[in-house]
Design a protein around this ligand. Structure first.
Ligand code: PLP
Length: 388
């Protein structure tokens, strides 16, 4: 082997993600793909028209590094209206190439080699490799308070036990992928109390902020001053407006944190797609599309849950996000990856094993479905799952 082929991997543990693997398997076997989290329906045509209009109006060159001012102002207005906190569009809001880049950039801005970052598991799969790239160490704390399978509420005492003098940051995600748990105000208050005497920075992944069900309120860290003052809040237009392929999101944080974020951002992506930023700014003038999102997804969740209720799959709560987890232990003894493979190839519905959201592959016979799909897609999946 030559020297180039012997490159030492920066991320030796990382392979092809399960989402790519399951999507390929679903396609090969003609399975309904409820695995990867993206809608199979189109966005609002008004949003497409707005992109077209922005391009025709000549918004096709680099925007300011932090994002198109009108979009940053629209984001500030939304946060102020919904969560009651004021962020300065000039110094506290940055538009990013999706939430994934936002999270990596926040981690690179905060974490130094040897620093520890508390990660609550199960979790979105980019967090750990991001921490490793920064030279930090992920310290995993399991979600769940009573050891009961399917409980994913935060246990503040367990988080407290993981804090050391080296803890630099904690990553929070509510509504939560994959468990669909939504943190309550008491959870946020308890976390604020815990972190008050520490210098720990919070990276709050709130990409599902507009998908909360049954009258719940999204507990953005922006609502909690003790957390907001130490937090980067990350959100994603891809999730909110059904355009995951656009990869546009944003970060808000107090000015001193944002100043460090921008230092990394400007040498990471520098700027983000200009016409889409103009389009999103114009589209956000009407809050209806995001205000209607809870009802839109709650109806799909209920359709899906009602259909599954007749099967031997045990439904876990789905309080927010567009995911529904199930306990399949009454159906099969297979380990989670094998069960999801079997479900895809033999039953014709793709799902994601929860074990992939744990660093050690914790396997509790749980699988995640995504219900951000057309009703006929969900019906087709339910017809197949009815056999279980
Ligand atoms: C919890 C969580 N964070 C971040 C992201 C990434 O969002 P984006 O597509 O805007 O990069 C996802 C996407 O699945 C997610 O589930």
């Amino acid at each position: 082997m030559n020297a180039i082929a012997q490159l030492t991997s920066r991320l030796p543990k990382v392979g092809t993600t399960i989402f790519t693997v399951m999507s390929a398997l679903a396609q090969e076997h003609g399975a309904v793909n409820l695995g990867q989290g993206f809608p199979d329906f189109d966005c609002d045509p008004r949003l497409l028209d707005a992109v077209n209009a922005a391009m025709r109006a000549g918004h096709n060159q680099y925007p300011p590094m932090a994002g198109v001012p009108a979009l940053r102002e629209a984001i500030a207005t939304k946060i102020q209206t919904l969560y009651g906190r004021t962020y300065d569009p000039g110094s506290e809001i940055t538009v990013t190439a999706g939430a994934t880049q936002a999270i990596l950039t926040a981690i690179l801005a905060v974490v130094h080699p040897g620093d520890e970052v508390i990660v609550l598991e199960p979790c979105y799969d980019s967090y750990e490799p991001n921490i490793e790239l920064a030279g930090g160490k992920a310290v995993f704390v399991p979600l769940g308070r009573c050891g009961q399978v399917g409980d994913f509420r935060p246990d503040i005492e367990r988080i407290a036990a993981a804090i050391t003098p080296r803890t630099r940051a904690l990553i929070l995600n509510t509504p939560h992928n994959p468990s669909a748990t939504v943190w309550a105000a008491e959870d946020m208050q308890a976390l604020a109390e815990l972190l008050r005497p520490t210098p720990i920075v919070v990276i709050s992944d709130e990409v599902y902020e507009h998908m909360v069900f049954d009258g719940r309120q999204h507990e953005s860290v922006a609502r909690h001053p003790g957390l907001a003052e130490r937090s980067f809040i990350v959100s994603s237009f891809g999730k909110t407006y059904h355009v995951t392929g656009w990869k546009v999101g944003y970060v808000v944080a107090p000015a001193p944190l944002m100043a460090e974020f921008r230092k990394v951002h400007q040498f990471n992506v520098f700027t983000v797609n200009t016409p889409m930023q103009h389009a999103l700014a114009a589209y956000m003038a009407d809050p209806a599309p995001y205000l209607e999102l809870p009802a839109f997804y709650q109806r799909k969740r209920d359709l899906f849950r009602d259909g599954l209720a007749g099967t031997r799959l045990r439904l876990l709560p789905s309080e927010g996000s567009y995911f529904q987890c199930v306990d399949y232990s009454a159906v099969s003894d297979l380990a989670e990856p094998a069960f999801c493979r079997w479900l895809t190839t033999e039953v014709g519905v793709a799902a994601i094993p929860l074990s992939v959201f744990y660093h050690d592959g914790t396997d509790r016979k749980l699988a995640r479905f995504c219900f951000a799909k057309r009703d006929d897609t969900l019906q087709q999946a339910l017809e197949r799952l009815a056999k279980l």
